[in-house]
Write a protein that binds this ligand. Sequence first.
Ligand code: THU
Length: 160
Amino acid sequence: MKTITISTQFTIYNDINELPVAIQNISKHAVQIREKAYAPYSKFKVGAAVLLENGEIIVGANQENAAYPSGLCAERVAIFQAGSLCADVKIKALFLSAASELTTTSTPIPPCGACRQSIAEYELKQNEPIEIYFMGETGEIYKSSSIKDLLPLLFNKNLL
Ligand code: THU
């Protein structure tokens, strides 16, 4: 028997102004689209902005449904749209911003497990890491340089 330890790394920024300008820019898109989230059940609005290598920005917000599991998270709305419209253009970064109508969200909100798996698919497909930045409505911003930091031991096509 043996035990392994897997360590992952995050960079923490105290303020949006500390981020590279291109990331500050997509953060604004994430906040804007967050306001358009359709979240009548959870009142938890999430906005996602994807930055492509050609500079294009693609956004998405969570879409809920009365049949709860039929809804979709912001990250997957955005990344699936990028995969549809710009299938051959690499994704550089993804920025997430989340805000609740019920309380102020000041801790960074990371992507859920299903979204991590979806992001992993695109990172492996393009063979280049995707930077993932995430935050609440206010407060610190976390950055992971690759989905591998958020999803160690990820399931992938090589295992099929
Ligand atoms: N949500 C996202 O959009 N992204 C995540 O990674 C976590 C959760 C949404 C789904 C649902 O509409 C609401 O937040 C509450 O779970």
